[in-house]
Design a protein around this ligand. Structure first.
Ligand code: ZN
Length: 484
């Protein structure tokens, strides 16, 4: 027998033994079962079909005494779920709201190694679109609320579980819901998606960010025109050439780093958990007053661990996400278009940032226009973002914040808990704009590769972390609702 084939035979035996000994996980926990079910309901938005998630959650919640209200939106197939667990010993306080979105972004299917809508468990993670963002969180919120209902201990106020449509795009998200059904979702404080828990340390996590403010996201269209002709005789005014040049300038441009007050607290806490050189840089960037030093430190930190997350916390970002041009290999197209996504720091208004973008592109023939949603005008859209820019971070001086930090530390001993800025956006705006505290958390410790897979390929969530996060949230609810 050749060595090679003997090895192959051995491998066959090992593989079949492994298959025999471990026929998948014997019994999934409730949160893993629910997350798998949610992932299998394809809510890629558009079209979303979020009503399917609402109906699914109804079947879980109604038998436990939740009053379920499914609010359809003007788009057929899209609905919000509002499930209210009534107080049994009301003390006059307003409800606590748990909010998570039902929809997910689409997938580039050929780039996935598993079916994104099958809820596959591989190793210690559950894979699928939305596993991390935010069906994992929605499952954790749901199971924590279900446990509270089952326990039957006195509840001093209502708990509302809100599963939302149109967070990943579309016109009927929480802003629409708040305009049309505010009394149903009015609350004294809320938990939503947001802060990251960095896996590591001896207790399983080393840093837990609780977000108190989000960046804002607005996209613009770049549009160019040129002479459409035979590709054998390209002209200098090619639409595509002009667009590529504009995008190249955007790609090579960095906005100046700026440390907002919330980011400063976050980065200082981060420094306590980082390796020595990173910690030194993180501390230095929160204190320096010299723009050149700040930029040098920001560039170094961007090249380090969790670098792109850091970068998102300290800069306004311009990034091309969609390019569209051309119809045939031998036709020089007459138009070319790209979508450039702008991610604005708290306090940043959109108009000056669009002017900055025009300066970077430095070509008046590239038309730059904000993308509006629904039938809003450009002026209305920009005014709405001006208002968002003025939004203040949620205070950390609340019982809910204190409870969440204590339970985070109890769940993952040694973890540093900090208020944080969310580098992406959420649908928490209607509550924050009404002065209602909103805290953001992805309730599971993740590593850097998990973070990269969010809105990417092979999105997944660590199963043990998801279960731990659900336990932590259960204790938070017991204290916030049960008053224990
Ligand atoms: Zn999300």
């Amino acid at each position: 027998m050749h060595r090679r084939s003997r090895f192959a035979a051995l491998a066959v035996v090992v593989i079949s033994l492994a298959g025999f000994a471990a026929p998948a996980r014997a019994q999934n926990s409730e949160v893993v079962t629910i997350l798998g079910d949610l992932v299998r309901i394809n809510t890629s938005n558009p079209p979303g079909n979020e009503a399917l998630v609402a109906e699914y959650l109804r079947t879980r919640l109604e038998p436990l005494g939740f009053q379920v209200d499914i609010v359809p939106t003007p788009t057929v197939g899209k609905a919000h779920l509002i499930a209210r667990l009534p107080a049994t010993a009301p003390d006059g306080r307003k409800p606590l709201l748990l909010a998570g979105h039902e929809d997910v972004v689409g997938v580039e299917r050929p780039l996935w190694t598993v079916d994104p809508f099958a809820g596959v468990i591989r190793g210690d993670r559950l894979y699928g679109r939305g596993a991390l963002d935010f069906k994992g969180g929605l499952a954790a919120f749901t199971v924590a609320a279900m446990r509270l209902a089952r326990e039957g201990a006195p509840r001093t106020r209502d708990l509302i579980l809100l599963a939302e449509a149109d967070e990943e795009g579309g016109s009927y998200g929480t802003t629409w819901l708040a305009e049309n059904h505010w009394p149903k979702i009015d609350a004294s404080e809320s938990l939503n998606e947001g802060g990251w828990i960095f896996a590591g340390g001896s207790g399983g996590a080393r840093l837990m960010g609780i977000t108190t403010i989000d960046k804002n996201s607005l996209s613009v269209t770049f549009r160019t025109r040129g002479t459409s002709t035979h590709s054998s005789r390209p002209l200098a005014d090619s639409a595509l050439r002009r667009l590529v040049r504009a995008l190249d300038r955007v790609e090579h441009y960095d906005t100046a780093p700026r440390i907002t007050p919330t980011a400063r607290r976050y980065l200082r806490a981060w420094a306590r958990t980082a390796d020595a050189p990173t910690a030194r840089r993180l501390r230095a960037i929160t204190t320096t007053r010299r723009p050149a030093v700040r930029r040098r430190l920001a560039d170094q930190l961007r090249d380090g661990q969790w670098g792109e997350l850091f970068d998102g916390l300290v800069r306004n970002i311009f990034v091309p996400t969609i390019v569209d041009s051309g119809i045939r290999a031998n036709v020089l197209p007459g138009t070319a278009e790209a979508t450039v996504n702008m991610r604005m720091l708290p306090g940043q208004k959109p108009r000056p940032l669009i002017r900055e973008l025009r300066r970077v592109v430095a070509d008046p023939k590239v038309e730059i226009t904000p993308i509006v949603s629904g039938d809003a005008t450009v002026t209305e859209t920009l005014d709405a973002f001006d208002k968002r820019a003025r939004q203040a971070p949620t205070t950390t001086d609340t019982d809910l914040y204190r409870t969440l930090s204590q339970e985070g530390r109890r769940q993952w001993p040694g973890t540093v808990v900090t208020p944080a800025l969310f580098e992406a956006g959420t649908d928490a705006t209607p509550w924050r704009q009404r002065g209602i505290p909103v805290y953001g958390i992805y309730p599971y410790p993740i590593n850097h590769a998990d973070l990269l897979a969010m809105h990417g390929n092979d999105e997944r969530v660590p199963i043990k972390g998801l279960e731990q996060g659900t336990d932590m949230l259960t204790r938070v609810l017991r204290r916030a609702i049960g008053g224990t």
